[in-house]
Design a protein around this ligand. Structure first.
Ligand SMILES: Cc1cc2nc3c(=O)[nH]c(=O)nc-3n(C[C@H](O)[C@H](O)[C@H](O)COP(=O)(O)OP(=O)(O)OC[C@H]3O[C@@H](n4cnc5c(N)ncnc54)[C@H](O)[C@@H]3O)c2cc1C
Ligand code: FES
Length: 289
């Protein structure tokens, strides 16, 4: 089967990093691209960004935040386990300037997993990178060390002020703009509402802003239409035409609405999985005693 997990590490509560042996993707994947995985035979297919790759070791790194059934199943895997299906690399790579630009990379929450390879690619091409990394609170901040090792400057924000600058990533970005920091481009990845407000921050100054969209995806090949987003009044399929788009013309409100379409079914799937596990645990107790 392959796709063996060789490293499994908790980065924050409900957030795991997995290094997986999958040589062909380790050789070809680029910043901004993703894979679609299936954890078990009757499981759902979900997209996850290639957070890092090591062509020599033949491995890629995925970072998964547990939000529902599939990410919960994934985050219970351990070193030595195998991921049933893993397809990729999918999507278009991030457009990396050829060099000499100052790019601000803004990551929020799990979005830092997407920022990590982008910072690496931007630096390898000779650009200056300022990273703004946001989290609700210090314990949820991920990949700070990895990104600090690459970026020219890192600014951390937490909503509750437990670490770094208190406030949102948009506040730190506005500070840079007010300080007349040269900014040629902003790349932003995080919760949809965060990306919407980062774009509102940069738009009045005409700063080009790329966002990485996270619609629901099924096949990842442009066949099913699940990942439809509206960009500049046109329908785009994020899996093959994205996931990165010009944030100033993305219809974020529609994306938020579409992401919530299946919430009752998603909750049901998670509740059922929890119930089955509880029943299995209850049955196991008398046998063990
Ligand atoms: C291109 C791309 C790259 C991604 N990369 C990563 C990554 O590197 N790490 C990571 O943890 N997640 C990533 N995601 C999001 C991830 O795919 C979803 O969190 C996952 O599909 C949820 O599946 P589930 O069965 O666990 O939860 P579900 O039961 O499907 O959903 C549970 C809750 O999560 C919300 N949700 C579902 N899908 C998404 C989504 N696509 N984005 C945001 N919220 C969602 C639902 O509205 C619901 O509230 C990415 C998404 C895309 C499109
Ligand atoms: S996920 Fe099916 S068309 Fe994009």
């Amino acid at each position: 089967m392959g796709n063996k997990i060789v490293t499994a590490r908790e980065l924050a509560p409900k957030t795991m990093l997995f290094e997986i042996e999958v040589a062909h993707i380790a050789e070809r994947g680029q910043a901004g691209q993703f894979v679609i995985i299936r954890v078990s035979e009757h499981g759902e297919r979900i997209p996850l960004t290639i957070a890092h790759r090591d062509a020599e070791r033949g491995t890629i790194t995925l970072v998964a935040q547990e939000v529902g059934k599939t990410t919960r199943d994934l985050n219970r895997l351990a070193v030595g386990d195998e991921i049933l299906d893993l397809a990729g690399p999918l999507g278009l790579p991030t457009e990396i300037p050829a060099g000499g630009k100052t790019v601000v990379c803004v990551g929020g929450g799990i979005g830092n997993a997407v920022v990590w390879p982008q910072v690496q690619a931007l630096k390898e091409s000779g650009n200056k990178v300022i990273a703004i990394l946001g989290a609700r609170t210090q314990e949820l901040l991920i990949l700070e060390d990895e990104i600090t090792a690459l970026a020219d400057r890192v600014i951390v924000t937490t909503d509750d002020g437990s670490y770094g600058r208190k406030g949102m990533v948009t506040h730190a970005l506005q500070d840079l703009i007010d300080a007349d920091e040269r900014i040629d481009e902003v790349i932003c990845i995080g919760p949809v509402v965060m990306m919407k407000f980062v774009c509102k921050t940069t738009e009045p100054y005409g700063i080009p802003t790329q966002v990485s969209l996270n619609p629901i995806m099924v096949d990842g090949t442009g066949m099913c239409g699940a990942c439809r987003v509206t960009v500049g009044g046109e329908t785009k399929f994020a899996c093959v035409e994205g996931p990165e788009f010009d944030g100033h013309v993305v219809d974020f409100d529609e994306l938020m609405k579409r992401l919530s379409y299946y919430q009752p079914e998603e909750k049901l799937a998670l509740d059922r999985a929890c119930q089955c596990e509880q029943q299995a645990a209850d049955r196991a107790v008398p046998e063990a005693s």
